[in-house]
Write a protein that binds this ligand. Structure first.
Ligand code: GAL
Length: 355
């Protein structure tokens, strides 16, 4: 459990969204019962990194649905996978006077600055689906929270699935060099999830004593089309040396599978190639059933969206952030963190991926 410095906040929020017009002076005796002033609307601004991302689209719609009829209004903005757009969206939300700011942060080098700004604005800040602030960064401001899946687990799930396959299928060493020759498809440059998924998948293979060789590691921005194009060109040059694909999300795996199919893979048992990924999106699960994807790690967007809404509701109600108060399956509450656990999904347990 982390300790947080309690910091006295200057209560100088200049923004007042409520209509605070001058009151009419009415003689006390004849004054009609004063009408209750309309309650100030509590707004949470949410900066998603990219509305077009499948996983984010699911998390976003869950959060918006959770907010329907709730006490806190959710307004969101698309960072369009662009740091400058994220910054301007954050500034807009401050101008609008939001009480909570949720950031699916892609400006991972600026965590401390983002926290400093929230502190100045006296806004509660929630980092969602991104890396956690460090302990020192948490200490900058007491109203900082983090809701995200445990990226390390997803990498391990991919690496262990490949290990199992490799050990059970000697013929998977198609070029007979004794090494597992893989292509690594990365998400956004420098993105925490993708870096951890990549390194932990390889660590799991190394831990199992499997020698690997990187045929190509390439950034595909979590996008299906990028992965399809890049995989097609990798195959042109290395058709006989690719023995596995590690994709840091399902969308990229699906693009790679298209390219693999177009090159003659997956035509029969002999042309099978293991592809592992993360998310367990609806299309990812279809690929598991079809037999083109070996394994994916369920990254539950519904749990993410609901956890974010639950967190702001608890904070608004002045309740403690505890496992019991959050009460959402598949989460682990620790200090100011809500961690969302991954689950390995193969063709054998696709029903576990339903959300
Ligand atoms: C990951 C997810 C990816 C992508 C990314 C964006 O958690 O697995 O598919 O959505 O977040 O931050």
């Amino acid at each position: 459990m982390k300790k947080f410095l309690s910091i006295l906040l200057a209560a100088t929020m200049a923004l007042s969204l409520a209509a605070c017009g001058a009151k009419e002076e009415t003689p006390a005796a004849e004054a009609p019962a004063a009408e209750a002033a309309p309650a100030e609307e509590v707004v949470a601004g949410v900066c998603w990194y990219n509305f077009g991302d499948t996983f984010i689209a699911n998390a976003r719609s869950t959060l918006n649905k959770a907010a329907e009829g709730g006490a806190i209004k959710v307004v969101d903005a698309d960072s369009l996978n662009d740091v400058a757009t994220q910054t301007s969206n954050i500034n807009n939300f401050y101008t609008q006077g939001v009480k909570y700011l949720v950031v699916n942060n892609i400006n991972t080098n600026a965590i401390a600055e983002i926290i400093e700004q929230a502190k100045e604005e006296n806004v509660t800040l929630i980092f969602a689906n991104t890396n956690s602030p460090s302990e020192e960064e948490f200490e900058i401001y007491e109203n900082v929270y983090h809701v995200s899946s445990v990226a390390t687990q997803s990498g391990t799930i991919m690496g262990e699935a490949l290990t199992e396959y490799w050990n059970a299928h000697p013929e998977a060493d198609r070029n007979g060099n004794g090494k597992l020759d893989y292509v690594m498809l990365l998400g956004i440059q420098g993105h925490y999830d993708t870096e951890v998924r990549a390194s932990y998948s390889l660590a799991a293979l190394a831990d199992a004593g499997i020698e690997t060789n990187c045929v190509m590691e390439t950034i595909c921005n979590y996008q299906r089309a990028d992965a399809q194009n890049q995989m097609a060109s990798i195959l042109q040059a290395n058709m006989n040396d690719v023995e596995a694909v590690i994709a840091c999300n399902d969308d990229m795996a699906l693009g790679a599978i298209e390219a693999l199919k177009a090159t003659g893979f997956f035509a029969d048992e002999a042309s099978y190639i293991p592809v592992v990924a993360v998310d367990a999106t609806a299309n990812g699960v279809e690929a598991l059933k079809e037999g083109t994807m070996l394994c994916t790690a369920l990254n539950n967007p519904v749990t993410l969206g609901n956890s974010v809404y639950k967190l702001i509701t608890l904070l608004e109600e002045g309740k403690d952030l505890t496992q019991e108060n959050v009460g959402i399956d598949g989460t682990t509450v620790e200090g100011h963190h809500i961690y969302i656990n991954y689950l390995g999904i193969t063709a054998e347990n696709t029903e576990d991926a339903a959300y």
